[in-house]
Ligand binder design. Structure first.
Ligand SMILES: NC(=O)c1ccc[n+]([C@@H]2O[C@H](COP(=O)([O-])OP(=O)(O)OC[C@H]3O[C@@H](n4cnc5c(N)ncnc54)[C@H](O)[C@@H]3O)[C@@H](O)[C@H]2O)c1
Length: 349
């Protein structure tokens, strides 16, 4: 009989099924709120991290990206794709998985699905940014693009900011109906709208999370009133934006990591030295977020590796004492570390 792998070979693996169980065990809103706190903590120690724009492999249909970072003790990476046309074939626009490893040995310590986790961390990051950038007492948000990310965005803004009303618009009414159905019973009052113009009425926060592989104009300048906070998450690839550039000229723009955002974000429409503020500087109090009630703030979100690092370390922490994972042997464990060939013989018939 084949010798069983030793403890050294095993790492916890969180399948999609187990991630779903973990999220419900904690509660979706509690998960989003706690994760927003963990992401904020990591933004507070921004200087501790290795940072690089993600490594993107572009094709006509979409993009496949690797997103690595490390704080010197733990290393993480995420594999993620973005394929707007997938939906028409019954596939998701975004799927992901990721890994945490110990820097001291290089050994992985967690492998997990990250499709759900990406939606959760993106929403938690949006809400964390809005806590610093939106007007105090904001209660109404517009959500334009009602796809996979939508409910997570709405629930994070509720959990972290106390948003009460959500106004939805999508070019596909079926997407809006799906979101209304999913948010029923959440405590949010939800209104489906027939246009973006109608959706943004009375909204203090406008989230755009559409998917289209082009320079789109989801919002135009005349739609944006004084004091609004725009949370733009769908413009996240070269050639893929959501806002008319005139909005940027009136707004103060906050970003995750400028070298990546200048390639992928809304600001790819602007000059390479277009002024932006890094969100971590707001979080640490080095600079201010919102100055007054008339300022237009824009979080030009593209998604950065440190947010995935935070999400992975949060999941690792929350897995302790649960059975929401399987142990899989992805590390070779020869009896003598130099005898890898000898280990291979364990499986010889
Ligand atoms: N910034 C980040 O960290 C981050 C993270 C995850 C996803 N994203 C991006 O967010 C976007 C949404 O992701 P998803 O997984 O929800 O995609 P999805 O394909 O599930 O949903 C996108 C929705 O946008 C709608 N839409 C497209 N064009 C529109 C328009 N002009 N007006 C209104 N609605 C429109 C589609 O009908 C669809 O329902 C994608 O572009 C994705 O790449 C960003």
């Amino acid at each position: 009989m084949l010798q069983a792998p030793s403890q050294k070979a095993l790492i916890p693996f969180v399948s999609v099924e187990n991630m779903m169980r973990l999220v419900h065990h904690i509660g979706v809103e509690a998960f989003l709120e706690e994760l927003a706190g963990v992401i904020e903590d990591d933004f507070r120690r921004w200087g501790a991290f290795d940072k690089t724009p993600r490594v993107a492999s572009h094709s006509r249909e979409g993009v496949i990206e690797l997103m690595p970072t490390s704080d010197g003790e733990i290393y993480s990476f995420k594999y993620v794709n973005g394929h707007p046309k997938n939906m028409a074939h019954g596939l998701q626009t975004v799927t992901a998985f990721g890994l945490l490893a110990e820097v001291s040995t290089g050994y992985p310590v967690l492998l997990t699905e990250m499709t759900l986790l990406t939606a959760l961390r993106t929403a938690a990051t949006s809400a964390m940014a809005a806590r610093h950038l939106a007007r105090n007492g904001a209660r109404t948000m517009a959500l334009i693009g009602n796809g996979a990310q939508a409910e997570f965005q709405a629930l994070a803004m509720k959990a972290v900011l106390g948003i009460e009303h959500v106004r939805l618009y999508d070019i596909d009414p079926a997407a809006t109906e799906k979101t209304i159905r999913n948010l029923a019973g959440s405590g949010l009052s939800v209104t489906g709208c027939r246009s973006s113009q109608a959706a943004i009425e009375g909204a203090e926060i406008i989230t755009t999370c559409t998917a289209d592989k082009q320079f789109a104009t989801i919002l135009t300048d005349n739609m944006i009133g004084a004091g609004v906070h725009i949370n733009a998450i769908g413009g996240d690839c070269p050639g893929k934006t959501e806002l008319h550039r005139d909005i940027l000229l009136r707004a103060d723009t906050f970003v995750e990591y400028p070298p990546q955002t200048r390639i992928e974000g809304e600001i790819q429409q602007m000059a390479p030295d277009y002024p932006v503020t890094e969100l971590w500087q707001v979080v640490t109090g080095l600079t201010h977020g919102r100055r007054d009630d008339r300022q237009i703030t824009l979080f030009d979100s593209v998604g950065f590796a440190i947010e995935d690092f935070s999400a992975l370390r949060y999941v690792r922490e929350r897995l302790r004492g649960t059975d929401f994972y399987q142990e899989i042997d992805i590390i070779a464990d020869p009896d003598d570390p130099r005898d890898l060939f000898g280990m291979l013989q364990r499986a010889k018939a």
